[in-house]
Ligand binder design. Structure first.
Ligand code: HEC
Length: 102
């Protein structure tokens, strides 16, 4: 039992999906996503933004990349592109992970 206990306690716990999504929750606030998407990432009346809560993480990440590269570039998408200029891919991944857990 002892070697197993030692092995278990040696495993890294720093990079778990839980930590990633907690990081995402903080970024969602600090990068001001909530200004347009609302605190709970639900459909926001004022800006008429799409509901982000509970969407697939891969899908959300891809949309953010597409806004940033202007692949997704309708007139309203300009608002998103401006916002993503200071959000890197790791940060986008964390935010997408968190949104998918809502
Ligand atoms: C200035 C307002 C504004 C801010 C701030 C903003 N967004 Fe958006 N967001 C929009 C609008 C408007 C759309 C819809 C654009 C369109 O029609 O493609 C959108 C769309 C999206 C989509 C696509 C959803 C879908 O269903 O395809 C994602 C994902 C998203 N935003 C994430 C974010 C994240 C993450 C942040 C913070 C880094 C953020 N947004 C900040 C206005 C904003």
């Amino acid at each position: 039992m002892k070697p197993i206990a030692e092995w278990l306690s040696s495993l890294s716990t720093t990079v778990t999906p839980g930590n990633l999504s907690m990081e995402g929750a903080k970024l969602y606030q600090s990068k001001e996503c909530l200004d347009c998407h609302g605190d709970d990432a639900n459909d926001n009346e004022t800006e008429k933004t799409p509901k982000l809560a509970g969407q697939n993480a891969d899908y959300i990440l891809q949309q953010m990349k597409d806004y940033k590269s202007a692949k997704r570039a309708n007139s309203r998408a300009k608002k998103m592109k401006r916002n993503l200029s200071d959000v890197n891919e790791n940060e986008m991944t964390a935010i997408a992970e968190w949104l998918s857990t809502l």
